[in-house]
Design a protein around this ligand. Structure first.
Ligand SMILES: Nc1nc2c(ncn2[C@@H]2O[C@H](COP(=O)(O)OP(=O)(O)OP(=O)(O)O)[C@@H](O)[C@H]2O)c(=O)[nH]1
Ligand SMILES: O=C([O-])CC(=O)C(=O)O
Ligand SMILES: [Mn+2]
Length: 588
């Protein structure tokens, strides 16, 4: 246990507020964690799975009204409303503290308060940051122990410093009307009440590593982004790193763990995973941009994960994993979800714990947002640099979304500033399955719409400032779109492992080894420069999905103009200028 005065004072405050029966300090030791697993099994909070097939694995079910992040109940509590900006919900901080403390007061009565010291990023890395979360949920402790680096080492590194983030989680009542996820960026404080769902309660993840950290990044001159990080190794053994921001359900985990096509693997190409969701990036001593993955595990969507779509993700879940809201197969005490295989169990319980027969039921067995919490070190392609305190140098930043048309398979921005523009206009189309209204463009700048902890206009400005700081050492910026549809609504580009062909072009562009065609929106590959070897895909079709349609882009420009109005005078002039020059190029 720490002797840090600021930590001890806050823990005293929490004890007085929450009135637990006892306090347990989490040191992350296997003995302590194992005792907590056993306790959670005895109360039904966890179900121990088949330990031969899934050693160290458990199942948990949330309440049925508590299965996803709640954006409408997520607040940025900055002193000035303007600092939360037009894309966030805002509450006045003093009122918010009062409301939240009133809700949480006395709620640990008869329960245990767990104190979790954790590091986001390799312990002791100059890019890492430390947090404390208090919770009354063993599920939260066990998940945090997978998703972050927990324990005594962390406290040693913190020493007497006051530079740490407070996180209060209280699962006092699960009334969704009283559920709040509140962030106080100016106080380094997060308070989450009345939820038990991962994205709302694993406070190191979206709350700290994106919302609070994005604000800290602005103040301290670095970046916290909703990005995967991967390394691409060539046959000579050289590794180049890229980071990529896609909105939810647009393929971050898949790209982070992709297996290149056979022709490449035979020649010695490899992909190494550094992170699948969040990147913290800072200018290094050599002037380049260096990135760490602040997380220690993967909190991935289960449905659709299978041996074909993402074998590395599936393999990561084979041991020491906590599954949430998936199907329990009663015959062999294993788990199942839609899209795992074509053989659903007949004798099973669905995600709600009700009897379920996968052969006859018309209802889904797993919740669409069911998740696995798996240690990153389980991943067969985890990077040797995963724990590197300096992080990895980023050669390229890739933005992407789900667009049926308009956006080509890949293009490169003209320069950093134009790249910031490309990120700011990111959008994804809603699918028929999701909303009924097909092809509705929803803007999600840099995939940060739900995760930016301050005014997004200021966030854009920060991106321009980073460009100035990095100068000619700045990563090159690209945009990809794996999701172009044909007239029958089928994906044109095969995607997944074949996305490596596009990554290869991106790396070649960074190395200045390949030419490109200039278009109104940026540089597009010459079709013959994308390697199609071993793929049944015609170069004419490739030309189609690389083409830039100026009429569609003129319509796009109108949509961007409309979107930009939201930011009023917080919109950086650079972005208005970028839009004006795009329009001018389109009109030629
Ligand atoms: N057509 C196509 N679909 C893809 C491709 N890559 C991923 N997908 C699909 O996109 C969906 C989301 O993939 P994920 O990798 O889980 O997305 P994510 O960005 O990590 O999602 P979050 O964890 O919610 O942030 C899955 O249904 C994938 O099968 C691709 O290259 N082409
Ligand atoms: O935070 C969550 O619930 C899961 C996640 O990665 C996302 O939604 O992007
Ligand atoms: Mn995510």
């Amino acid at each position: 246990m720490t002797t840090n005065k600021s930590v001890l004072a806050w823990i005293d405050e929490m004890k007085a507020l929450l009135t637990p029966d006892k306090v347990v300090w989490i040191d992350g030791s296997e003995a302590q964690i194992e005792a907590l697993r056993a306790e959670a099994c005895s109360t039904g909070e966890l179900i121990k799975l088949n330990q031969e097939k899934l050693p160290g694995c458990y199942l948990h079910r949330t309440k049925v009204n508590d299965v996803a992040r709640v954006e409408d109940r997520t607040f940025i509590c900055s002193r000035k409303e303007e600092d939360a900006g037009p894309t966030n919900n805002w509450k006045e901080p003093q009122e918010a503290y009062k409301m939240l403390f009133d809700i949480a007061r006395g709620s640990y009565k008869g329960r245990t308060m767990y104190v979790i010291p954790y590091s986001m990023g390799p312990v002791g890395s100059p890019l890492a940051k430390i947090g404390y979360e208090v919770t009354d949920s063993i599920y939260v402790v066990l998940n945090m122990n997978i998703m972050t680096r927990v324990g005594a080492e962390v406290e040693k590194v913190l020493g007497d410093s006051e530079d740490w983030i407070k996180g209060l989680h209280a699962k006092c009542d699960i009334d969704p009307e009283k559920r709040y996820i509140c962030h106080f960026p100016e106080d380094n404080y997060i308070i989450s009440v009345n939820s038990g769902y991962g994205g709302n309660v694993l406070l190191g993840k979206k709350c700290f590593a994106l919302r609070i950290a994005s604000y800290l990044g602005k103040c301290e001159g670095w970046m916290a982004e909703h990005m995967l990080i991967l390394g691409i190794e060539n046959p000579q053994g050289e590794v180049k790193y890229v980071s990529a921001a896609f909105p939810s359900a647009c393929g971050k985990t898949n790209l982070a763990m992709l297996i290149p096509p056979e022709g490449y693997t035979k020649n010695g190409y490899k992909v190494w995973t550094v992170g699948d969701d969040i990147a913290w990036m800072r200018k290094g001593e050599d002037g380049r941009l260096w990135a760490i993955n602040p997380e220690y595990g993967f909190f991935g969507v289960a449905p659709g994960t299978n041996v074909k779509s993402n074998p590395n993700a599936l393999q990561s879940t084979k041991k020491d994993t906590i599954f949430t809201n998936v199907v329990l197969n009663l015959d062999d005490n294993t788990v199942w979800w839609e899209g795992l295989d074509k053989n659903p169990p007949e004798n099973a319980l669905n995600w709600k714990g009700e009897p379920w027969n996968g052969k006859t039921s018309t209802e889904k067995g797993a919740h669409p947002n069911s998740r696995f919490t798996a240690p990153a070190k389980n991943c067969p392609c985890i990077s040797s640099e995963f724990d590197a305190v300096s992080g990895v140098p980023i050669s390229a930043i890739i933005f992407g979304g789900r667009r049926a048309q308009t956006t080509p398979l890949v293009y490169q921005s003209r320069d950093w500033d134009n790249g910031v523009f490309v990120g700011s206009i990111m959008a994804s189309e809603t699918t028929a399955a999701a909303t009924g209204a097909v092809g509705v463009v929803r803007r999600d700048p840099m995939a940060m719409l739900p995760f930016c902890g301050y005014n997004m206009g200021d966030y854009f400005k920060h991106w321009f400032e980073m460009g100035e700081v990095l100068g000619d050492k700045a990563p090159k910026i690209f945009n990809v779109n794996w999701f172009r549809l044909d007239e029958d609504g089928n994906f044109i580009w095969p995607g997944f492992g074949d996305n490596f062909r596009v990554l290869e072009w991106i790396i070649k562009r960074c190395e200045g080894k390949v030419d490109a065609d200039e278009t109104a929106i940026g540089y597009v590959p010459k079709a013959e420069d994308i390697n199609l070897e071993g793929l049944d895909f015609s170069i004419d079709t490739l030309r189609d999905i690389l083409a830039v349609d100026n009429d569609l882009w003129s319509k796009e420009a109108e949509g961007i103009e409309e979107f930009y109005k939201k930011f009023g005078d917080k919109l950086p002039k650079e972005l208005a200028d970028q839009l004006a020059s795009l329009k001018e190029r389109l009109s030629k």
